[in-house]
Design a protein around this ligand. Structure first.
Ligand code: LRH
Ligand code: MN
Ligand code: MN
Length: 426
């Protein structure tokens, strides 16, 4: 299933006039305030967000999983799905693979397909949180932190294998997330687990190609409920620093304890040049992996404010790897991802509206009200016409979800692929 330019342009005809009106109003208002609207549109056009290969089926829970049908059966079909998202939005030009969930069989075929859909291979993710088929040793009691040298070695080798897979695809980074930890006090010696993890990561790091990054993801709990070895940004930062210049922290928005000030973490990591990438999602309670911006859109905006500030002021921080890590049970996964992409772009656009000089002056004058007003003014601006215009300029859909529905994409996929469900494997 492919969507072509003509179908999108045809569908855009119904909303082009309204968009032009809305865009003119918004850009005039912003121009009058001294905002460079074209510069914002350019930045939006350049933002590419990787889609995780594990988000394209209905899933995201260990409880009941209900199919949406027509879900992709293999990596090729997952990449085709991302092609649909990218054709509609021109902002989903990358895929982030989880190994071994998505090991390519035909590398040339996969690369040709991805290329034809303008999709790049973003970070490859290792998986030592599950036992692999036919694995000699089990990760039940940890992987890179395990007290057994042989188990650690198996996990290290897996990460090296993942790097080698990524090399063949053109990826430039490895994301490591560990489930290692303990569910009961006394189960683990904290220092031993940390030292083992640090040493294992260093061994993986030693095999990293020159132009690669290693992204270390943290998470406070789940699947272990007493302690997690890489529990927070501080631990991740410490490990990344111990490994070297090519190692960075990765922030997954769902991986924080309630009320944590994530935007401050972003700011600190960028100041130290150690923020490598992002997993976008949203949550009410824990690692809920809900649609980006669905629960705490103001927090998302504040995070983007720090990202925009950091991208301007911290040249020591590398370009970020933007990824979505959301998947769940109720919505059509492609519509869900379209919503997430839109939420990210909106938050980015709003953050770009903040007058950083004005904000700095207000901060220096301790004028709290003005500081807030500057943020509120940006946040309350309806930037949807800017986001839609950026998409339109690239040949995308003015209203991606509406176009997706008008083109009957899900039914087409069901026709082509049948009522297959990733959730049930039937
Ligand atoms: C862990 C996590 C990590 C995994 C993904 C499937 O909760 O966020 O990024 O790779 O979920
Ligand atoms: Mn994640
Ligand atoms: Mn997660």
């Amino acid at each position: 299933m492919r969507i072509n330019q003509n179908q999108i342009q045809e569908n855009n005809k119904t909303s082009i006039k309204t968009l032009e009106e809305q865009f003119n109003y918004t850009s005039n208002t912003l121009n009058n305030k001294g905002v460079d609207v074209n510069a914002i549109i350019k930045k939006l056009q350049n933002l590419q967000i990787a889609i995780p290969s594990w988000a394209l089926g209905a899933g995201g829970t260990r409880f009941g999983r209900f199919s949406f049908f027509g879900e992709p059966k293999n990596l090729e079909q997952k990449i085709e799905d991302i092609g649909i998202l990218n054709a509609l939005t021109h902002s989903a030009g990358a895929v982030s693979l989880h190994i071994p969930w998505d090991i390519p069989e035909d590398y040339n075929g996969i690369k040709t397909l991805a290329n034809s859909l303008n999709i790049k291979f973003d970070a490859v993710n290792s998986n030592t949180f599950q036992d692999q088929n036919n694995a000699a040793l089990s990760y039940k009691f940890g992987s890179l932190s395990n007290t057994s040298k042989d188990i650690r070695q198996q996990a290290i080798q897996h990460n090296i294998d993942v790097i080698n897979i990524g090399k063949k695809l053109g990826s430039k980074s490895l994301t490591v997330w560990l489930a290692d930890g303990a569910s009961f006090p006394g189960q683990n010696n904290f220092q031993t687990a940390l030292i083992n993890t640090e040493n294992s990561l260093k061994e993986i790091y030693a095999t990293l190609p020159k132009d690669w990054k290693m992204l270390i993801e943290y998470k406070p709990f789940e699947p272990n409920f007493y302690s997690t070895v890489i529990q927070d940004w501080g631990t991740s930062f410490m490990l990344a620093t111990a490994c070297g210049d090519k190692a960075y922290s990765l922030v997954d928005l769902g991986h924080h304890l309630p009320n944590c000030n994530i935007e401050q973490i972003v700011s600190t990591l960028m100041y130290k040049g150690k923020l490598g990438g992002f997993h976008f999602n949203d949550s009410k309670y824990g690692d809920d992996d809900l649609t980006v911006g669905s629960i705490k859109p103001y927090t998302l905006f504040l995070i983007f404010n720090e990202l925009v500030y950091g991208m301007e002021n911290n040249p020591n921080n590398p370009d970020l790897e933007w990824m979505i890590d959301a998947s769940h049970n109720l919505k059509d996964p492609l519509e869900d991802l379209l919503q997430s992409l839109e939420a990210i772009q909106e938050a980015f656009a709003k953050a770009l509206l903040i007058d950083q000089n004005k904000l700095k002056n207000a901060q220096l004058n301790n004028d709290i009200v003005t500081c807030q007003e500057i943020l509120h003014d940006a946040y309350r601006t309806d930037v949807r016409p800017l986001v839609a215009k950026a998409r339109l300029n690239l040949g995308g859909a003015i209203n991606p979800i509406e176009t997706y529905r008008a083109l009957n994409v899900r039914n087409q996929l069901i026709k082509e692929r049948g009522k297959y469900s990733i959730a049930t494997g039937l």
